[in-house]
Design a protein around this ligand. Structure first.
Ligand SMILES: O=P(O)(O)O[C@H]1O[C@H](CO)[C@@H](O)[C@H]1O
Ligand SMILES: O=c1cc[nH]c(=O)[nH]1
Length: 297
């Protein structure tokens, strides 16, 4: 909420319960200051993966540990890089993107929006399960469009273009989904820089790992045909298929559109859900993806 009570400046100020700052002036959950952000930021789901990125760094200048948000700032071949873990789920991504945006686009001292906006560039390096036979285990996939089955964007005024709306409605009907999904394209600019040689896919982001991805252990699931429906879904006029599952990408792409940032999700395919196969060495495929991204910065 913007409060108009303080008339000392020309801009309204953001209240102290909307933008919560720690005693050192850092943003509430990430515990970071503007000086901790590099030009291109790498994000990972697993907090342990931060160290698999930073083990390649020449040096580490800063480290912060707060909940699932572990941050390290260091240098790789002369380039300064910030790597942050997010934990799982789009709720964590909403916090991440909002607080990263606040670090660059809000004056944290005056609590006023800056007149000149900065565009962040963020690469998510994550793991994912394939939805198609021909997306091989241990491959690297870059997400073109993300399809959100979570409810995060129900709370924002997200604008989708005509094509995204069409896929959202078509998918809802044909795959008999419980909700109308949101569909968002990722950063083309970052795909050009980082995506070369990767499979280009459309990623389904789910609000859970088990039933929302068609897994049943001890409970019966409400949409047992989900996997089959998503695998089968095809929008003929645009030749649009769904290629893989994970739990964050749509949240990233949605928040990036709302806030005007560039975000790209790259995925290590460690499971094939159609063939029911899991990678024999998931760390190897993740490490290779980390190295590929670092070398393209
Ligand atoms: O490996 P990360 O990046 O966490 O990504 C995937 O793995 C987790 C589930 O195991 C979810 O977060 C999913 O999106
Ligand atoms: O099947 C999978 C594998 C990784 N991450 C997911 O969310 N699903």
């Amino acid at each position: 909420m913007l409060t108009g009570g303080d008339t000392s400046g020309t801009m309204p100020k953001i209240s102290e319960t909307d933008l919560i700052l720690n005693k050192d002036g850092s943003v509430y959950h990430l515990n970071l200051l503007p000086k901790h952000l590099s030009d291109i930021i790498i994000t990972v789901g697993d907090p342990g993966r931060v160290y698999r990125v930073s083990e390649h760094f020449d040096d580490i200048e800063f480290e912060m540990n707060k909940r699932e948000y572990i941050t390290q700032v260091g240098t790789y071949k002369g380039k300064r890089i910030t790597v942050i873990s997010t934990g799982m789920g789009t709720d964590n991504i909403e916090i991440l993107l909002t607080e990263l945006d606040a670090l660059v686009n809000i004056d944290l001292k005056t609590r006023e929006l800056k007149s000149k906006k900065k565009k962040l560039k963020i690469i998510r390096i994550g793991t994912s399960g394939a939805l198609q036979d021909d997306v091989p285990l241990d491959s690297h996939l870059v997400t073109d469009y993300a399809v959100g089955l979570d409810n995060l964007m129900s709370f924002y005024n997200l604008e989708m273009n005509e094509f995204e709306e069409e896929i959202a409605n078509d998918l809802y009907k044909k795959a008999k989904l419980p909700i109308v999904p949101y569909v968002i394209k990722g950063s083309e600019m970052l795909r050009e820089q980082f995506g070369e040689g990767m499979i280009v896919g459309n990623t389904v982001t789910t609000p859970g790992f088990y039933a929302p991805q068609g897994r049943a252990l001890r409970t019966s699931i409400k949409y047992p045909a989900l996997l089959e429906e998503l695998n089968y879904y095809h929008n003929k006029s645009s030749d649009f298929w769904l290629t893989n599952f994970e739990m964050e990408t749509a949240g990233y792409y949605g928040m990036a559109r709302l806030l005007g940032h560039e975000v790209l999700s790259v995925n290590a395919i460690i499971a094939n859900r159609v063939k029911n196969k899991f990678s024999k060495d998931p760390n190897k495929v993740i490490d290779a993806l980390i190295k590929k991204i670092l070398d393209r910065i």
